[in-house]
Design a protein around this ligand. Structure first.
Ligand code: PMP
Length: 406
């Protein structure tokens, strides 16, 4: 199979821009992906033809915009293989999805002496909300440690579960190490003890098939902007049985059924968790991005990105003094590395001047950096519009940075 990368690149206008008079190489896809013309046009078309506030009006535009928004919800349901559309809650992003669960589930189910399990590899988004909620509710937060290769220590996890454990929250894919965690096993183990599991899917949905029913996740969170859709929109998938029992997260319009001077009754799912005017253009963008991914083929994307990862790993390891962080056998298409004793920011600045966008620093995972005893890493993260030629340019840039800084 030949992957049509040149055809795909033509869909992403930003990829043909130049930085410092050099063709841009964009390897910061784990931070945010670029957007295809199809998504950009869907947003413009929404404002040109459909824009209106939703769920309220009975006039033509309002009905049309409401139908489009609710259709997007069901397209997302199909994308992650959820059971019903009302288990899909629109949020601002992964961060807000996790905050929603931490606040609402925490209020209802976490009490003094309870325990929540997360891991040392989490992004701050799947760390700080649990830490703060546990502090507030006098609960204990426990951290699954890592093995040498950056996999979760599953034996330690097994032993960590106690009768006081109320929730497990782990990432599907580490944004630093690239490790693809064995989420099915993590969830099955927790479920043996009737403990629900939240999966942070921010780094997963754009790179592999996700089936929340097959994995049996209780909550699954992700962001539009990391899957070729706009910023400012994200999704919380939650099993109906949990969402029904959880109190609203924010109060206001849309989330109510009836409001009296003395009390309020709340709307049904999913609206109970969607206070205020939602991001309709964002939903249009996510719907179009999902169609784009579907047309390209998730299996083909997965296979191509694995080829990029294999090539980049082999080429970077040719450089003397390179140290990779994250070498688990199941790994997504990103590489974190350091070389010799060079500070990641110094190397990052030189790589940038050569027209290549990589991420440097703690990558929003300070506890993990503390655990690994490093100041940060340089991270190259790939998408299906990247090429081996671009990886060659990265290798040359890393060599140059090393030459200049050693
Ligand atoms: N979790 C992981 C694993 C991430 O990589 C990120 C973004 N870097 C987030 C959560 C947060 O996503 P957002 O900023 O879109 O809310």
């Amino acid at each position: 199979m030949v992957f049509p990368v040149e055809k795909i690149r033509a869909d992403f206008p930003i990829l043909s821009t130049r930085v410092y008079n050099k063709p841009l190489v964009y390897f910061d896809n784990a931070a945010t992906t670029q957007k295809p013309l199809q998504v950009i046009r869907a947003i413009t078309e929404y404002y040109e033809k459909e824009n209106c506030n939703i769920h309220r009006g009975v006039h033509f535009l309002s009905v049309r915009a409401t139908e489009a928004y609710e259709d997007a919800r069901c397209v997302i349901r199909d994308f992650i293989h959820a059971k019903s559309c009302h288990e899909i809650i629109f949020t601002r992003g992964t961060t807000e999805s996790i905050n929603l669960v931490a606040a609402s589930f925490g209020k209802q189910f976490i009490h003094e002496g309870d325990e929540v399990i997360t891991s040392v590899m989490e992004h701050h988004s799947n760390f700080v909300p649990w830490q703060q909620m546990c502090l507030e509710r006098k609960a204990t937060l426990k951290f699954i440690p890592l093995l040498e290769d950056g996999s979760l220590d599953m034996d330690a996890y097994r032993e960590m579960i106690t009768p006081n454990t109320r929730l497990v929250a782990v990432t599907h894919i580490s944004n630093v190490l690239g490790t693809i965690n064995p989420v099915n096993e993590i969830i099955a183990l927790a479920h043996q003890h009737n403990i629900p599991v939240l999966i942070d899917g921010a780094q997963a949905v754009a790179h592999m098939n996700v089936d929340v029913q097959e994995m049996d996740a209780d909550f699954y969170c992700f962001s539009g902007h990391k899957m070729y859709a706009p910023m400012g929109i994200g999704i919380l998938y939650g099993k109906e049985r949990w969402l029904e029992q959880m109190p609203p997260y924010q109060m206001g319009g849309e989330m109510i059924k009836e409001v009296f001077f003395t009390h309020t009754t709340f709307n049904e799912l999913p609206f109970k968790f969607e206070a205020g005017t939602p991001n309709v253009e964002g939903a249009m963008g996510v719907r179009t991005a999902i169609r784009y991914l579907g047309e390209t083929g998730m299996d083909r994307i997965d296979a191509y990105e694995k080829e990029l990862l294999g090539y980049a790993t082999q080429r970077l390891l040719e450089i003397d003094g390179i140290q990779l962080y994250g070498t688990a056998p199941h790994k997504a298409s990103l590489i974190s590395f350091l070389m010799n004793n060079i500070h990641p920011y110094d190397a990052g600045m030189i790589i940038d001047k050569l027209g290549i966008a990589v991420r440097t620093g703690h990558l929003c995972a300070q506890p993990l950096m503390e655990y690994l005893k490093i100041p940060g890493t340089i991270r190259a993260s790939f998408a299906f519009y990247n090429t081996n030629e671009e990886i060659d340019r990265l290798v040359e840039a890393v060599k140059k940075a090393k030459e200049m800084l050693l």
